[in-house]
Design a protein around this ligand. Structure first.
Ligand SMILES: NC(=O)c1ccc[n+]([C@@H]2O[C@H](COP(=O)([O-])OP(=O)(O)OC[C@H]3O[C@@H](n4cnc5c(N)ncnc54)[C@H](OP(=O)(O)O)[C@@H]3O)[C@@H](O)[C@H]2O)c1
Length: 315
């Protein structure tokens, strides 16, 4: 399989992405993980303002470029605008670029379809932090401006349902290149993948292992008896099976590990080949959304009164 996918904006996105979300990790830990990842061959890095990892990711990448280990053009960097900056994505991205020490990034995503008050730059909004109107149209105009100004080479979204993508496409001058969503063998996103395929929007899979070890994550995927048995059959590991499943659907996978051994293990997924039987069995697994986004739902101030509103029933 090609290790890159051509996006609708003309950029090539490496299929294997390196996640950098970790509230516990010190920036030195993140920096050394990024150095290790580049050495190992990773070329696609995922961060977000709200992760607090932009500085460390940017520093490690800039050092690698300075030391001529990689060229800037070889690295694909994604960051995301948080809800509190929906009123001005251009200023938010300029701040992200300062955080990272970069002149441009490759991909800028709307992190969640949720507009917050300007002060709410923390992961869990309070009741008083929600803007009543979503106003995605004006947020998207700001995103388009970011691309026009050359602050990013491409724009996209994250955590958007089929319905939200449909309405975005009605007014977008630049269509989103990517929708980054939770996707793994137990949350397969069939409907969304079909819609995105028809509209040339690439689906990028976050939490491709189900986020084991995260406060909100689960070991359900890598502990699944089926995933374990497929791994055994191929002399592989459950994580490699989960990652290769996502890759086999044409998605890029964004997996996080700051551990050298597990980073190597994960990269090994590129060499695994699942057979038709494996894929058929995985299709039968009971589905379970792990990142549900409950924090963004309330029956008073949020535009999403119940969880089904946030995902437009796709949950
Ligand atoms: N757009 C969004 O809203 C959104 C939401 C969530 C995540 N993301 C992005 O996607 C990335 C990945 O998601 P995630 O971190 O939630 O989930 P994940 O990659 O599925 O899981 C990460 C967890 O699994 C552990 N792990 C990694 N490789 C492993 C292996 N081979 N065997 C067993 N455990 C392993 C990691 O610990 P160690 O580090 O100790 O190995 C970490 O605790 C994030 O870092 C972020 O960049 C985006």
């Amino acid at each position: 399989m090609e290790n890159q996918v051509r996006l609708n904006c003309g950029l090539n996105l490496p299929h294997f992405g390196f996640g950098t979300f970790s509230y516990q990790a010190h920036s030195k830990t993140i920096e050394s993980a990024v150095h290790m990842a580049i050495k190992m061959g990773h070329r696609h890095f995922d961060t977000a303002t709200i992760y607090g990892s932009e500085g460390a990711v940017g520093k490690a990448i800039c050092d690698e470029i300075l030391n001529q280990n990689v060229g800037r053009e070889d690295i694909f960097i994604t960051t995301k605008v948080w809800g509190n900056d929906h009123h001005d994505p251009v200023s938010a991205l300029k701040q992200s670029l300062r955080n990272m020490g970069l002149e441009y990034i490759d991909m800028y995503l709307v992190h969640w379809p949720l507009k917050l008050k300007p002060w709410a730059c923390y992961p869990v909004p309070k009741e008083s932090d929600f803007e009543e109107a979503l106003d995605i149209e004006s947020t998207w105009k700001g995103m388009e401006k970011c691309q026009e100004l050359g602050l990013c080479r491409c724009i996209g979204v994250s955590n958007f349902s089929t319905k939200k993508l449909e309405s975005l496409l009605e007014f977008a001058s630049i269509p989103p290149a990517v929708n980054q969503v939770e996707m793994h063998p137990m949350w397969r996103q069939r409907k969304l993948r079909e819609f995105c395929g028809e509209h040339k929007i690439h689906v990028s899979a976050y939490s491709p292992l189900g986020g084991p070890g995260n406060a909100w994550g689960s070991t359900a995927v890598i502990e699944s008896p089926l995933i374990k048995s497929i791994a055994l059959k191929h002399n592989a590991t459950p994580a490699q099976v989960a990652l290769q499943w996502g890759l086999s659907k044409g998605s890029s996978v964004i997996v996080k590990s700051f551990n050298e051994h597990r980073m190597k293990e994960n990269f090994g997924a590129l060499d695994l080949k699942l057979d038709d039987q494996d894929c058929l069995e995985i299709e039968k697994l009971e589905e379970r959304k792990i990142m549900r986004g409950e924090y963004f739902v309330n029956d008073t101030t949020s535009p999403y009164k119940i969880i089904q509103d946030l995902w437009d029933g796709e949950i």
